[in-house]
Design a protein. Structure first.
Length: 127
């Protein structure tokens, strides 16, 4: 899916490319919301995810992956991935609908807040 911007077709994640710092700052501005989401996620993740080969799909700036002890992230927006790498997440550029990994490469795969942003959520879940 491409979006039109003044007659120019752009990728849907281009906004995240252009506003990565602002996106990341939202989590500081609304820290209680972020912390409540993080607490909810921790109830569903293994106790020691750092002992697993774990991937967050649509990892964005890596806030959740880093806080949850995940090692890897997949993200289409390079600017977001660069911030995540500064948090210690090994990032791969790509999209959820076409994962650039072999089947069963990870012990744990997590999608936190990105499912609604995928071009084809059903295909993303299949891959």
């Amino acid at each position: 899916m491409n979006l039109s911007s003044g007659g120019i077709l752009i990728k849907p994640w281009k906004a995240f490319e252009m506003h990565a710092e602002e996106y990341d700052a939202w989590y500081e501005k609304y820290k209680p919301a972020y912390e409540s989401e993080l607490l909810a996620l921790k109830t569903f993740t293994p106790e020691n995810p750092e002992n697993l080969k774990a991937l967050e799909v649509g990892a964005g700036t890596g806030r959740f992956a880093a806080s949850l002890g995940l090692s890897y992230g997949l993200e289409p927006a390079r600017a977001m991935a660069e911030i995540a790498e500064k948090r210690g997440i090994q990032m791969v550029l790509g999209v959820a609908e076409s994962l650039p990994f072999k089947i069963k490469s990870f012990d744990l795969v997590l999608i936190v807040a990105a499912l609604s942003l995928f071009k084809d959520p059903v295909q993303a879940l299949r891959s």
